[in-house]
Design a protein around this ligand. Structure first.
Ligand code: PMP
Ligand code: GLU
Length: 395
């Protein structure tokens, strides 16, 4: 047996990726599985974005690009000024292999061994592992379904101590909850009383429902841009998960440090993929296609949450953004469902997959064992079929 590093031995594979892959494999094997696993839009990438990438490829855009292409960095800086009220230079933007890579590289650039990072639960699965891979220590800020999974300013003040940073993800994967501008401003006020750096993961910025309003963390106070890293990407907004394009914007010293890391690690994101991203951020068609997808997600999310609430002893917070429902199913712990003794979210997910042929992600993967996550980035028909099956399982 090869002796692997201690660093990698403490990191399990991503459960969201694993469950999605397992559901796909079962489908390929001819099993009729409904997959609520993937946090991945089911739409194709808009045609004008594909065309721009194809054209770049045809025109010989096939070489290393200097870190990320200058025109794309400028387009992202312009987007941040226009949409988010964040005014920075293009040199303060770095394009990476997906939002996931931007976060990974940022933790590598800012953390020393033992550095603490405050992480509100429930949290996206990769934050904890990325923090650990950088030698850091995640410090979990607990929340409850009754409080809509929101942390309070006091929790930040109580936990800050000598911690290095805090991660804010609003709208949230997995809870689908987002802070109001006022709530976020109160968190910002608390942060400003500490020395915390803020990693604001805004990847679900354009998927907002109802009257909810998005604000960027860095825009909440003039003192925040110098200590906030803003993360975003093309995967969710433009249905470009496979293109692997994300970015980070923030203080020049941190961005330059991440760029140094990237110069040894990945050099630059794919040249012609960056041309597609440039079209996404500059073509006037973009707003319309994004809005069409958003409206569809909104319909599905409303429908899925309503159907989940009709299930016996299940509560579900209304998704405000992103594309996840995160119902509390803990009232069913202690029951035997489909032949599986259900004692926690993991065994519930096992019963759902084995007996009902529905793939969901157990909440324990996100640090919240009372809940399960269902992605509604799938058709209405699949949503009804899957929830019918879960209803049958719970009978
Ligand atoms: N942050 C959050 C909260 C996410 O849900 C995802 C989805 N995988 C990402 C970052 C990264 O997305 P990607 O790497 O596909 O850009
Ligand atoms: N973010 C999505 C999810 O949580 C995609 C998978 C991943 O990267 O974790 O399902």
């Amino acid at each position: 047996m090869t002796s692997l590093s201690q660093r990698i031995q403490q990191v399990p594979a991503s459960p969201t990726i694993a469950i999605t892959a397992k559901a796909k494999q079962m489908q390929n094997d001819g099993i009729d599985v409904v997959s609520f696993g993937a946090g991945e839009p089911d739409f194709d990438t808009p045609q004008f974005i594909k065309d721009a990438a194809v054209e770049a490829l045809q025109n010989g855009d096939t070489k290393y690009t200097p870190k990320s292409a200058a025109a794309l960095k400028k387009a992202i800086a312009d987007k941040l000024a226009k949409d988010n009220g964040i005014n920075i230079e293009p040199s303060q933007v770095l394009v990476t292999f997906g939002g996931k890579h931007a976060l990974y590289a940022a933790f590598q650039a800012i953390l020393d061994p033992g550095d603490k990072v405050l992480l509100p639960a429930p949290y996206w699965v990769s934050y904890t592992e990325q923090i650990k891979l950088a030698g850091g220590v995640p410090v979990i800020l607990e929340t409850t379904p009754q409080d809509n999974f929101k942390i309070t300013p006091q929790q930040i003040l109580d936990a800050a101590g000598d911690a290095k940073a805090i991660v804010i993800n609003s709208p949230s994967n997995p809870s689908g909850v987002m802070y109001t501008p006022e709530e976020l401003a109160a968190l910002a006020e608390a942060v400003l009383k500490t020395d915390l750096l803020v990693l604001s993961d805004e990847i679900y910025e354009k998927l907002i429902y109802g009257d909810n309003k998005f604000v960027s963390f860095a825009a909440l106070d003039p003192k925040l841009p110098e200590r906030t890293l803003t993360f975003n990407g093309l995967a969710k907004t433009y249905s470009m998960t496979g293109w692997r394009l994300g970015w980070v914007a923030g203080p020049q010293d941190v961005i330059s440090a991440i760029a140094r890391l990237m110069s040894h690690e990945t050099t630059n994101p794919v040249s012609f993929a960056q041309a597609g991203a440039l079209a996404a951020y500059t073509d006037p068609q973009a707003a319309g296609v994004v809005e069409t997808m958003r409206q569809e997600f909104e319909k599905r999310g409303k429908h899925m949450a309503a159907r989940l609430r009709e299930l016996p002893n299940v509560t579900c917070v209304q998704p405000m953004g992103a594309f996840y429902c995160f119902p509390d199913i803990s009232a069913h712990f202690g029951r035997t469902l489909g032949g599986v003794e259900v004692t926690d979210s993991m065994s519930f997910a096992k019963a759902a997959l084995d007996a009902a042929k529905v793939a969901i992600v157990p909440g324990v993967a996100f640090g919240e064992d009372r809940c399960i996550r269902l992605s509604f980035a799938t058709s209405m028909e699949q949503i009804d079929k899957g929830i019918d099956r879960i209803a049958e399982l719970l009978k």
